[in-house]
Design a protein around this ligand. Structure first.
Ligand SMILES: *Cc1c(COP(=O)(O)O)cnc(C)c1O
Length: 404
């Protein structure tokens, strides 16, 4: 098992042979409607023809150059045009690499060591951020990870999401050594948790007042909440942004971008080291560019958001009315937190009934619908989740809820 959450599927993980549009096809020949979508990247659905075409065209030309080429510039220009915080961008191979480089860059730029992260936010699988992280770390009930030296964890200060007062207090107490505040602007790795009105603006203010670099980790929210991600939607411009998932169109990718003054500190123009044999991989860049061009046409958000809205409505009407809880949602991502009164931070999320959430996963899987095997992940919809697909999903939800 190559990534831990995949082992959590109940009663046991299924093996996939192929996929198309909204469907996964298992080795047993079963067809499953997919709401996991590779844990976020596949906003066009599986095997989208435009992405496939772009990848095939790139394969015709070769797949690794070790030197600059036009397509990486084209994708960079697109992203820069969409993200107000991004003057310059560096492509890497995963979200993990992106946040690792962003934090190193913030430290190199400020000459400070500490970072503030939020309880339950997930920024990948490297030492600085494996402290009270979300996603599979939460699912398996771990505080962080063994193997991370205490000397390293000590530099990561963890505060609750949506709690301006605590952020401000911790930031000011550590002002002299605070390099960065890193946040998922909408939490997507502890279920879905939205920022309260004004919360992100307050983070901007606190970062400005303390001289810390504000990093929005938009690896999930980038291109999912809309073309410009969370920063455009909430109208708050961070200093650095990390991207991943959608911008690779289903191929391995990460990126960090931000203010010129900060980004110029990266090698080769500056002293903060980053490099990668596969950085800006041609096949990934082709798939990412094709994906973003589809997103610019608008129809993707219309279909995906509508699908999410319809399912959220049914969960509210049927699941919440029967078991209680709340459904948190934005654009094409959502999660039901059974039995919780409200979920505004990770502590709230933990009060929800995660076993009931897992039971829903299990019963839906029996009925041909695949959702993440953890309440600490999100449901995602795509351009392939058309009306008939959603209707079949809703029938499955109704049936599943009867036996919970
Ligand atoms: C998935 C994710 C990451 C890690 O990305 P990988 O490509 O899995 O390394 C980082 N931050 C957020 C917000 C994510 O959702």
């Amino acid at each position: 098992m190559n990534s831990p959450i995949r082992a959590a599927v109940k009663p046991y993980p299924f093996y996939v042979r192929s996929a198309d549009g909204p469907y996964l096809r298992t080795v047993e020949g079963e067809e499953l409607i997919d709401y996991v979508l590779g844990y976020g990247p596949l906003i066009l659905g599986h095997r989208h023809p435009q992405v496939r075409k772009a990848v095939e065209e790139q394969l015709e030309k070769d797949w690794l150059y070790g030197t600059p080429y036009e397509l990486e510039i084209e994708l960079a220009k697109k992203i820069i045009s969409h993200y107000p915080s991004i003057d310059m961008i560096r492509f890497v191979n995963s979200g993990t690499e992106a946040t690792m480089a962003a934090i190193r860059l913030a430290r190199g730029y400020t000459g400070r060591k500490k970072i503030i992260k939020f309880d339950g936010c997930y920024h990948g699988a490297h030492d600085a951020v494996l402290v009270k992280a979300g996603s599979a770390v939460s699912h398996y009930g771990l505080p962080g990870s063994a193997g991370v030296p205490e000397e390293v964890s000590k530099l990561t200060l963890v505060v609750p999401f949506n709690d301006v007062e605590t952020v401000e207090k911790v930031a000011k107490e550590n002002q002299d050594d605070l390099a960065a505040i890193i946040v998922e602007p909408v939490m997507g790795n502890a279920g879905v948790i939205l920022p309260k009105e004004g919360f992100l603006k307050e983070l901007r203010r606190i970062a400005d007042e303390t001289g810390a670099v504000l990093i929005f980790d938009e690896v999930i929210t980038g291109y999912r909440l809309g073309i410009g991600g969370a920063q455009v939607r909430f109208n708050v411009v961070p200093d650095l942004t990390t991207l991943g998932k959608i911008i690779g169109g289903g191929f391995p990718v990460g990126a960090l971008g931000g203010k010129r003054e900060i980004m110029e500190k990266l090698t080769p123009t500056g002293p903060v080291f980053n490099a990668g044999t596969f950085n800006a991989h041609p096949v990934t860049m082709a798939a990412g560019l094709a994906t973003i061009k589809e997103l610019e046409r608008g129809y993707v958000y219309e279909i995906a958001n509508k699908a999410a809205e319809s399912i959220v409505k049914v969960l509210e009407q049927e699941a919440v009315s029967k078991f209680g809880g709340v459904v948190n949602s934005i654009a094409s991502m959502f999660q039901w937190f059974p039995k919780a009164e409200k979920v505004e931070n990770y502590a709230d999320a933990q009060k929800a009934d995660k076993n009931l959430s897992l039971r829903l996963h299990e019963e839906l899987l029996k009925r041909g619908v695949f959702i993440a095997p953890s309440m600490f992940e999100a449901w995602f919809t795509s351009a392939a989740h058309t009306k008939d697909v959603v209707e079949r999903t809703i029938e499955a939800i109704t049936e599943a809820l009867k036996v919970l």
